[in-house]
Every structure is written in structure tokens, then in C-alpha cells.
Design a protein around this ligand. Structure first.
Ligand SMILES: [Zn+2]
Length: 294
């Protein structure tokens, strides 16, 4: 009898072994095929990602090329100083909104005291007082750009408007004094309610062009209504008391005769504290407003 015989069991064992070998071979082959497909998919996905990334790079470089205002006024550039100075016991007197008849009086006081200061001028006032622009420069003071029109609504409406206005004053200063201005001050400071929409873009563009802006950390308060020589002096002292490095905001527009009257006392105050007086050049480390609260 074959079933149950020793021969039968021998054949059964051989058949089981052959089946096992066959099964193992089949599963190994399928694993290899699956793995191959999987790898193919991954490399496809990877090349897809690379393609998507290269598309992104292309798009972003196209975007940066499409910022039209970067092409405006190709000569409107400044060379930034590589090292910025932070000098303590130093005060930088700054006068905005001139030049005017007050500027003459201020220059006389500065000359008598042998002190240098910085004038952030309004272009349309400079147009009328070109001799004063030359005098400021000849006597060793700094000239910076404040604005041409000083009309906040217009200059802060767009980066293009800001550049249009800025360039007029840049050209005026360069053509009148032979000096290319490198520093500037925003009307109302670097951020104010008019510039809040686009100040980041304006600052970025002006910085890209190499210009340096300076806000202030002490104010004479001479722009407020009812200011007097006394209030200008006491505001200056009050806002300077706790500081060792000061950029002081003042104005030399035509109505500021009280600023002129207060100036000798202000100079005395800083001298008594042992301060030296410097004008701002672009190697002076800027004082800029803090934007966190805006
Ligand atoms: Zn101003």
C-alpha cells in the first residue's frame, strides 16, 4: 500500500520542501519588484520637489525683478560706512526743516562756540537758500535729507512717491554743494501714522540704496504749540539727563526764534556735563525708533 508507506512519507517530505523553496522564491521576487517600484516613486517625488523648488526660485527671482521702484533713479545710491561709531559723552545737535533766516543765527552761534552740528534740510527751502546750503557745508557741518515737500500725505503714499521726493533734495544738495548726501531723517521720524502702511518697504529700499537714517533720543520740544526758549531748554535737559549718547531734535524753520534763543544755554548744559559735539556722518551708529509698539 502506497499511502502510509515509508515511500509515501519520503515523497511527502520532498514535496513540502519543494513547495517551501518555491514559495520563498516567489515572495523574494515580489519583494524585489515592490521595492523597485517604491524607489522609482520616491525618486519621481524627489525630482518633482526639486522641480517645484526650482520653479519657486524662478518665480521669486522674477518677483524681485518686478519691484519697479528699484529701477528708479539708478544714480540714487550712497556708500555705507563699514564700521559704525558709538561714542559716549557725545551729543549730535540736529536741526530739521531749514534752511531759513534762523539757520544764519544758528550757524553764527555754532561758529562762535566752535561746534559742529547736522542739518536735515527741506529741499524747497534749500532751493530758496542755496547760499545757506553752501555755508553749512563750508563750515564743516553735515547736511542730510529731510524731504523736499514735507507733505506727509504725499511722500508716505508709496515707495515711488518717497523716492520722487527724496531725489529732488538729493540732486539739489549735490548740485549746490558738490557733496552727495548719505544720511537722512524721515519727517515725523522713521515711523509715524502716515508711514505706518509702508514704512518697512521704504526703509528697506533706502537701506538697500546705502542711505542711513537717524531718529532721535532727546527732543527740545520746539515743534509743539506755545513753545518758548524756556520750554525748549527744559525739554532738552529733561530728555537728556539719563543719556550718555544723544541725538537731539531741534528745528531751524523760520518761526523757531525761541530755539535760537535757547541754543547757547543748551550748549552750556552739555559742556558742563563734559559732552563733546559732533556732526552726524554715516559712520555714526544710528539711533532709530523701536517699532514694537506700532
Ligand atoms: Zn520736519
Amino acid at each position: 500500500m502506497y499511502f502510509g508507506s515509508v515511500r509515501f512519507f519520503k515523497h511527502l517530505i520532498v514535496a513540502v520542501i519543494l513547495l517551501l523553496i518555491f514559495g520563498l522564491t516567489i515572495s523574494t521576487i515580489s519583494l524585489v519588484v515592490i521595492n523597485k517600484n517604491y524607489k522609482g516613486q520616491i525618486s519621481e517625488m524627489q525630482s518633482g520637489t526639486v522641480l517645484a523648488q526650482s520653479n519657486l526660485v524662478e518665480e521669486s527671482s522674477q518677483n524681485s525683478l518686478s519691484i519697479a521702484y528699484q529701477e528708479l533713479y539708478p544714480d540714487l545710491h550712497a556708500t555705507q560706512a563699514e564700521v559704525k561709531r558709538i561714542e559716549l559723552k557725545t551729543v549730535y545737535l540736529t536741526f530739521d526743516d531749514g534752511p531759513s533766516a534762523r539757520t544764519v543765527e544758528i550757524l553764527d552761534i555754532l561758529k562762535k562756540e566752535d561746534i559742529k552740528a547736522t542739518f536735515f534740510i527741506i529741499g524747497k527751502e534749500g532751493e530758496k537758500n542755496k547760499d545757506l546750503l553752501r555755508r553749512i557745508s563750508d563750515e564743516g557741518h553735515s547736511i542730510g535729507i529731510h524731504t523736499y515737500s514735507h507733505v506727509y500725505n504725499n511722500i508716505y503714499a508709496s515707495v515711488e512717491n518717497y523716492l520722487d521726493d527724496f531725489y529732488l533734495t538729493y540732486e539739489l544738495i549735490y548740485n549746490t554743494t558738490g557733496i552727495k548726501p548719505e544720511i537722512f531723517r524721515f519727517p515725523g521720524g522713521s515711523i509715524n501714522k502716515y508711514s505706518a502702511q509702508d514704512y518697512v518697504e521704504i526703509i528697506a529700499e533706502m537701506t538697500r540704496r546705502g542711505f542711513t537714517y537717524y531718529d532721535w533720543n532727546a527732543s527740545s520740544g520746539d515743534a509743539v504749540a506755545n513753545a518758548t526758549a524756556n520750554s525748549v531748554y527744559s525739554n532738552t535737559v529733561q530728555s537728556s539727563e539719563d543719556k550718555d549718547r544723544i541725538i537731539l531734535l531741534m528745528h531751524d524753520s523760520i518761526s523757531k526764534s525761541f530755539t535760537v534763543s535757547a541754543l547757547p544755554g543748551i550748549i552750556e548744559y552739555y559742556k558742563a556735563r563734559g559732552f563733546k559735539f559732533e556732526c552726524i556722518t554715516n559712520d555714526v551708529s544710528p539711533i532709530a525708533f523701536n517699532y514694537i509698539n506700532y
